[in-house]
Design a protein around this ligand. Structure first.
Ligand SMILES: NC(=O)c1ccc[n+]([C@@H]2O[C@H](COP(=O)([O-])OP(=O)(O)OC[C@H]3O[C@@H](n4cnc5c(N)ncnc54)[C@H](OP(=O)(O)O)[C@@H]3O)[C@@H](O)[C@H]2O)c1
Length: 343
């Protein structure tokens, strides 16, 4: 246990109710560990996720009625107390995604669990660290757990590189939080091609991240782009995170028998009427906040192979501006809220 004295109360953001996206700034008691895996962490930076203030309405089964509605499930901070034998100790610099069923991290002290945490790699600052967990974990799981790319290729496994080298991958939202990780990880894993779908002015950024082909959807729809040369352009794996017309366009981009993994809208809900295309996989999934996956990502960050992208950093007092920028839907990386003066 740490010897430092804790304050009685702390600043916190709180969603006003499950039915509204209004967020208030208030004070609350410092939380106390109650679960055997609870780790008390002093938060330095936290990050919201696009749409998170609507989860209680749209995914009520994932947001328990008694959840304390603290937003921002991503965080970076310093361990205050950790269970004995957990591998974490007071003073460790850690980051994680806190499961959406529990209070988030837009507060001075948060309670992530041991299974969610990883140590922040050397050289990664608080704001960059808070930009990492959700986005990197989602991209990792989409490509390597659900999408059929083999993560062993990243460490140089020749057979895995050979297999990945036959897979054309398309990523929508490619300059955003999750997309920018997906582009980097697919490129690092040796995919045959990484097609990035993004908006105006983002081509250079996604190419720097590893995209080999770019579709600026403000100039050309995905359908038009594919139709210009279907044999060369159709993709084996599509990772879709925008929904609506973009999801419909992805049905044109994925090849017959290919795979589509989505995180915004289930693939079948966006399938154009009358389209008779069979896929080997059409899956919507929800990210698992696994510290073990995050530790693998930490190794890649430490080796300088991947990096988080930060759209903008906001003072705690400016949290409403941070949420407003996020909900505009055209970020270039993650929106970060500074929680402590150290960030
Ligand atoms: N299921 C899960 O577990 C899970 C996990 C993480 C995130 N998500 C969801 O996945 C989505 C993306 O999350 P995020 O954190 O990456 O969001 P984000 O940082 O806001 O990025 C979204 C990106 O989508 C792009 N975009 C907007 N309209 C587009 C269009 N018509 N075509 C192509 N790109 C478009 C935006 O860039 P441009 O400026 O280029 O348009 C932006 O970069 C959100 O809906 C989020 O809630 C789900």
């Amino acid at each position: 246990m740490a010897s430092q004295a804790l304050p009685q109360t702390m600043k916190t953001l709180l969603q006003a109710s499950r039915q509204t996206t209004e967020v208030l700034s208030t004070t609350a008691p410092v939380p106390t560990p109650t679960h055997p895996e609870d780790v008390l962490v002093r938060v330095h930076a936290a990050a919201p996720c696009a749409g998170e203030l609507l989860w209680a309405i749209y995914f009520p089964e994932n947001i328990p009625a008694d959840k304390e509605l603290v937003p921002c499930q991503d965080m970076a901070g310093t361990v205050v107390t950790a269970p004995a034998g957990s591998g974490f100790a007071a003073g460790d610099r850690v980051y994680c995604r806190i499961d959406a069923s529990r209070a988030g991290a837009a507060r001075d002290y948060a309670l992530p669990r041991v299974s969610e945490l990883a140590k922040i790699p050397e050289g990664l600052g608080w704001t960059e660290a808070a930009a990492t967990p959700l986005s990197a974990l989602t991209a990792w799981q989409a490509l390597f757990v659900h999408g059929g790319l083999d993560a062993k290729a990243i460490k140089g496994d020749a057979a895995a590189r050979e297999r990945n080298g036959r897979i054309r991958v398309l990523v929508t939202g490619a300059a955003g939080g999750v997309g920018s990780w997906a582009v980097q990880l697919a490129a690092l894993a040796g995919a045959k091609a990484v097609v990035a779908v993004c908006g105006r002015g983002k081509e250079q950024k996604v190419r720097e991240l590893g995209a080999t082909e770019v579709v600026d959807y403000t100039k050309t729809s995905i359908e038009e782009w594919v139709a210009a040369d279907p044999a060369a352009r159709e993709c084996d794996l599509v990772f879709e995170m925008v929904g609506g017309k973009t999801l419909a366009g992805c049905w044109a981009a994925v090849r017959e028998g290919g795979a589509m993994v989505t995180i915004n809208t289930p693939p079948e809900l966006g399938k154009p009427e009358g389209l008779n295309k069979q896929l080997s996989k059409a899956l919507f999934f929800i990210v698992e906040p696994l510290g073990s996956n995050l530790a693998e990502i930490s190794e890649l960050i430490a080796a300088g192979k991947v990096r988080p992208t930060v759209d903008s950093v906001w003072d705690f007092a400016d949290y409403q501006k941070a949420f407003a920028k996020l909900e505009e839907g055209h970020t270039s990386g993650k929106i970060i809220i500074k929680v402590s003066d150290e960030a």
